[in-house]
Design a protein around this ligand. Structure first.
Ligand code: ZN
Ligand code: ZN
Length: 446
């Protein structure tokens, strides 16, 4: 046996002993843990263990008495600044500290300050001190008390008797609709700007009311646009043989879904008629062929509950535009006292067809159709693009066309501008323009 081997055996045996020793120690430690009741002896641990028992206990009375056992007297002193605000269900908050920013009608506010002179001591705003603020969403009333005579005056963030503009809360909710955000984004935005915001319940309440205001102001705007068009028509002497004023309009439709020549199955669409002279909207027609309440009821095979239903169309999406435009033509005399004698529109034949069918102003009143320049040019570019896709032409020619499409287009518009400014007779201008358009390609290609 080599000395080396003996040595290893000794080492091995000592190692075994060590391991055994450690194992014994660990066993002992665990026994201690099991034996001793730490919670019984330690007051801190006993206190802490109580709340856990509460959770599993089904006796609330017991739970409450256990909570009162806890030492919470120190916490009572921490008053949060929000405690000052007395919020109730109609979103009114009273604060006596002036903090953050507000949205105010600046002219109205300064006017109130300028008119704040009062009392026999000739005191004004400068002698007043802030008392409190009563806030309803974004609308505030500030109360100030005069240090000289004790008079209390109120200053409003906007003129509440003025009905020329939407009330601020309604205006804000309307704004969120216009930019497509909801309550969460609005409150986040207000918080960033340090402006106290609306509560979510008020937001929803206002949202329901705001649609009426939007509708009313849209009608008002359209009426005033009609008056303006009528005045211009009268100045220019555009009157038909029955003494009704005539005006040229632009009309086009839009859908809720992008459907450029494919997948024309949008759920809602609208069409607008715009006066050429004022560039203002004279009519809007909206068609919806989907209502989620009605649809849900239909899926469940139940009767739909009473609701504000916007469903007003059952035919195809493509026919929404022409139907809405024709409706605008039919109402033009009632609404504005005008007849739309010329229609500038896209190359959509369905509108022309429908107008020729309905003949809104009687069988001997023809509405002249004018092609919209933008649509004509767009079609011109689409046709040019189609040429570049044709493999039977050499590649260098196709590349040259596709690189110059926008230039070809601008050549046409430049030619139009040039001929419009010449003093030649209209027929002459047209023939010249036609020549120029035909030549524009050669001109650009050298
Ligand atoms: Zn005073
Ligand atoms: Zn419905």
């Amino acid at each position: 046996m080599s000395p080396y081997k003996t040595k290893t055996r000794v080492l091995k045996s000592s190692k075994r002993k060590m391991t055994q020793k450690m194992r014994n120690m660990r066993q002992k430690k665990i026994e201690i843990n099991y034996d001793s009741d730490l919670t019984a002896n330690n007051p801190v641990l006993r206190e802490c263990s109580t709340p856990y028992k509460i959770i599993f206990d089904d006796n609330p009375q017991q739970a409450l008495s256990n909570i009162s056992d806890l030492n919470i007297s120190e916490i009572n002193n921490h008053i949060l600044p929000l405690e000052n605000e007395n919020c109730n269900y109609n979103d009114t908050a009273t604060t006596n500290c002036l903090e953050g920013r507000r949205i105010v009608d600046i002219k109205h506010l300064f006017k109130q300050i300028q008119n704040s002179k009062h009392g026999k001591f000739d005191c004004s705003f400068l002698d007043m001190e802030f008392k409190n603020e009563i806030r309803k969403g974004y609308n505030s009333v500030f109360y100030f008390k005069c240090k000289m005579c004790g008079t209390t005056s109120s200053f409003t963030s906007e003129n509440q008797n003025e009905n020329k503009y939407l009330e601020i809360n309604q205006a804000i909710v309307n704004g969120t609709l216009a930019i497509g955000i909801g309550y969460t984004q609005l409150s986040e935005f207000s918080a960033s700007a340090e402006i106290p915001a609306l509560s979510s319940t008020s937001y929803i309440k206002i949202l329901n009311n705001v649609s009426d205001s939007v509708n009313n102001s849209a009608i008002e705007e359209m009426k005033s646009a009609g008056e303006e068009e009528r005045r211009i028509a009268l100045e220019r002497g555009n009157v038909d043989d029955k003494g009704v004023l005539l005006c040229t309009v632009i009309a086009d439709g839009q859908w809720s879904k992008r459907s450029y020549k494919t997948k024309l199955n949008a759920f809602s669409g609208a069409a607008a008629i715009i006066g050429l002279q004022t560039k203002k909207v004279l009519f809007i027609g909206i068609r919806n062929r989907y209502c989620c309440v009605c649809q849900r009821a239909r899926t469940k095979k139940e009767a739909a509950p009473s609701h504000l239903c916007f469903l007003n169309w059952s035919k195809s999406s493509t026919s929404m535009e022409s139907d809405a435009i024709v409706e605008g033509f039919l109402q033009s005399v009632n609404m504005h006292g005008l007849k739309y004698n010329k229609l500038i529109g896209d190359g959509d034949s369905s509108v022309t067809k429908k107008i020729n069918e309905v003949l809104p102003y009687g069988s001997n009143f023809q509405i002249k159709k004018i092609e919209c320049r933008n649509h004509l040019l767009r079609n011109y570019c689409t046709k040019m693009m189609a040429l570049t896709k044709r493999a039977d032409y050499p590649i260098n020619v196709r590349k040259c066309i596709s690189n110059n499409i926008l230039r070809f287009r601008s050549d046409v518009t430049k030619a139009m501008e040039h001929h419009l400014n010449t003093n030649l007779p209209v027929q002459h201008q047209i023939t010249e323009l036609r020549k120029d358009i035909e030549n524009s390609l050669y001109h650009r290609l050298g």
